[in-house]
Write a protein that binds this ligand. Structure first.
Ligand code: CO
Length: 291
């Protein structure tokens, strides 16, 4: 009898692409457009981190979004957000802003500092076709409102979305059921997360290195390493209950998973819809001030 695999393994390692966005903010695009189908419902992940004001000070002047959600997670520094529906807030270290663009929002994001470190992530999470034209809105989740779990092995997990070890995260979303965890492993630790088999999942290591996979796995199920700055796409291993992550030295990573929508993805810059017609409508609506 074949043994049931315990953990998914890393199917592919991806290194981000250096780019700039907004008015010239330097960032690394980790999840690029060519991975949208494979990592459905996730559309993009950007990592930013710089202590050079030149690389972030220009910020992101007014720009629109339609058809998906943006999740901004600050590690260091402060960003002020303003939108055309009267929303405003300051994102501080450890905090998250969960914005549902729905049928349309125009917003800006500017650094609330002129020196020091600015670091964090922005994830784009798709909306199902039936939800793309929903009312826009956002939620600020300051650091104190995001549950943190510490396991017996000393692993601390910030539960931004979804559930881990019986703790429900700050956000729960129907349809895409995202799991978004920020995991800090001390040296020599192991962490296990359950994942529905059909959900697409990936990790992004931003400090140290980890090994992912069944500790006793061999061949295709052998554990594989991921280093600082690498995204590991997790295989949808048949029968695997989740993922096992281990560290030799202290490491930090994001673990992100969600239920694929299985719908056509049509993207034109900050608009993500199902069809080209819907994209043309989005451009017209934006240009005629209907956001
Ligand atoms: Co934006």
């Amino acid at each position: 009898m074949a043994t049931q695999p315990i953990s998914r393994t890393i199917e592919r390692i991806v290194r981000g692409v250096p780019t700039s966005d907004g008015a010239g903010v330097k960032l690394t695009r980790v999840l690029t457009q060519d991975l949208q189908r494979r990592l459905d419902p996730f559309l993009m992940l950007d990592a930013f981190g710089s202590d050079k004001p030149d690389e972030y000070i220009a910020g992101f002047p007014d720009h629109p979004h339609r058809g998906f959600e943006t999740v901004t997670y600050m590690l260091e520094g402060q960003l002020r957000h303003r939108d055309n529906h009267g929303g405003e807030g300051v994102l501080a270290p450890g905090g998250v802003q969960w914005m549902t663009a729905g049928r349309g929002i125009v917003h800006s994001e500017f650094p609330e500092q002129d020196h020091g470190m600015m670091a964090g992530f922005q994830l784009w999470l798709n909306l199902a076709g039936k939800d793309k034209m929903c009312d826009p809105g956002y939620r600020d989740l300051p650091v104190g409102t995001i549950p943190v779990v510490t396991t017996a092995a000393g692993v601390t997990v910030k539960v931004i979305a979804g559930e881990t070890q019986g703790t429900v995260g700050a956000m729960t979303r129907a349809t895409t059921e995202p799991i978004y965890l920020d995991i800090h492993l001390p040296g020599g630790a192991e962490f296990e997360q359950r994942l529905p088999q059909d959900h697409n999942a990936f990790i992004y290591v931003y400090e140290g290195a980890v090994t992912v996979g069944d500790p006793n796995g061999t061949g295709a199920n052998a554990p594989r390493p991921a280093q600082n700055g690498e995204m590991g796409i997790l295989a949808n291993t048949k029968g695997a209950a989740g993922v096992v992550i281990r560290s030799k030295a202290p490491a930090r990573l994001l673990l992100i998973a969600g239920r694929p929508l299985g719908e056509p993805i049509a993207q034109y810059g900050p608009f993500v819809m199902n069809t080209q017609d819907e994209l043309r409508q989005a451009v017209t609506d934006y240009q005629t001030g209907r956001f």
